[in-house]
Design a protein around this ligand. Sequence first.
Ligand SMILES: [Zn+2]
Length: 289
Amino acid sequence: MNTDDYSRRRFVRRGLTLAGVAFAWSTFQSNSFARQAKVKSPTNPDEALAELSAGNKRYVTGKNIHRDFGPERPALAEGQQPFAIILGCADSRVAPELAFDQSRGRLFVVRLAGNFVDDNGLASMEFGASVLGACLIMVLGHNECGAVKAAVNVVTKNAQLPGHLPGLVANLRPAVEKAQQETGSLVDNAIRYAPEGGRIDLAVEAGADGAVFRVDDTGPGIPPDQRERVFDPFYRALGTDEFGSGLGLSIVKTIADRIGAGVSLGQSGSGGLQVAVSIPRSLICQGSG
Ligand SMILES: [Zn+2]
């Protein structure tokens, strides 16, 4: 055997060894994905919503389980089985796969600044539902949305926007105009968040400086570190599952600021929320002449 033959054999053997490693790695990847594929996929809207809610709780508490995306690649090349369609905003901070802790192939996402739907978005969602079999459609809004803020500024301050933004904002305008007609009611808000069979106490207390109107409920309350933020339009307290626009307290605060009244939040005797509106005596006197 000459030196060339020896080198060739070593090369071939090394090649075979590398091929073996590659085969073992690809088998590991396939097995790994096979394990993932066995993860039960929701088959109805209730299960789908529960899965999204559970994933969001993992995300909020920093316990995400979907962090390694490599093993899922081979099977993803062969197909997808999304169980939910998400209509979300293009905002860089609200990536649905991360916010709901889902691996790729499980969410069919349509994103546009302001998360509204146009014909193309609707066609995409139809594809996700009728062809891919997703059983839930979620419209995902978020706080501090630049597109919504721009639309509010256009409607309330006649703001002028550059480029194609006026066309985008025109789609959001009806929602902003509808929200303007909402009346912020502390009692409505308390009823919305009080549990079934809960209790709401209303009280008016007269003092030397004016009057204080208090609303106490037996709902979940708002943690002290979030009490300032709930006055922001569209802000929803973390962990709140109740449906709402996030405008109620914002509107109350805006009205109170305009008339010179004060609004403060605290904890009711039952651990729920207490909202106190302080009305200066000067305002009360104005009303009675
Ligand atoms: Zn947004």
